[in-house]
Design a protein around this ligand. Sequence first.
Ligand SMILES: [Zn+2]
Ligand SMILES: [Zn+2]
Length: 172
Amino acid sequence: MRIIISPLDIDRKLAQKIIRRLQDVLPWEFAVSSERAPNTPAGGALPVEQVFAMMGACGRSNDVTVAVTSRDLTAQGFEYVYGYAAPRQRAAVVSLYRLVDGMHRSALLVERASKEVLHEAGHVLGLGHCDDAGCVMAYSQTLQDTDIKPCQYCANCLRELSRMPETLPEEN
Ligand SMILES: [Zn+2]
Ligand SMILES: [Zn+2]
């Protein structure tokens, strides 16, 4: 398993900090994308559909690419989202916009962003929301929910992940 963070418009150093945090948590490979980020269209909130269209197809089949943006994200049916997963594209996007919360405390921002990356990667890998409040796959409605849950999958979710095939079957 390899999780690649693609910094859309954020500092690469911040992406590296997220990687280092996640390396403490899981024995997977984590990397910052070496490819140049696509130019994001100017304006306010980014529709997730636009992000996924820009990202295109991912490389290796056991890779999950998570784009991280400082812009707010919108999705069909939602006023805003913290993150969004496109499992068939093996891709996800996470927004820092509402994680900053006026504080700009970088350690807290890295912690929140790491949780969101892990959460969306979990969705890409086939996990749904988890009822265990001690699991990163617990649903977050507020930042408080995000701060309460740990930056780690619970034992059940880890077991499910280990049972899932690395390469999802293609859909016709
Ligand atoms: Zn979710
Ligand atoms: Zn869980």
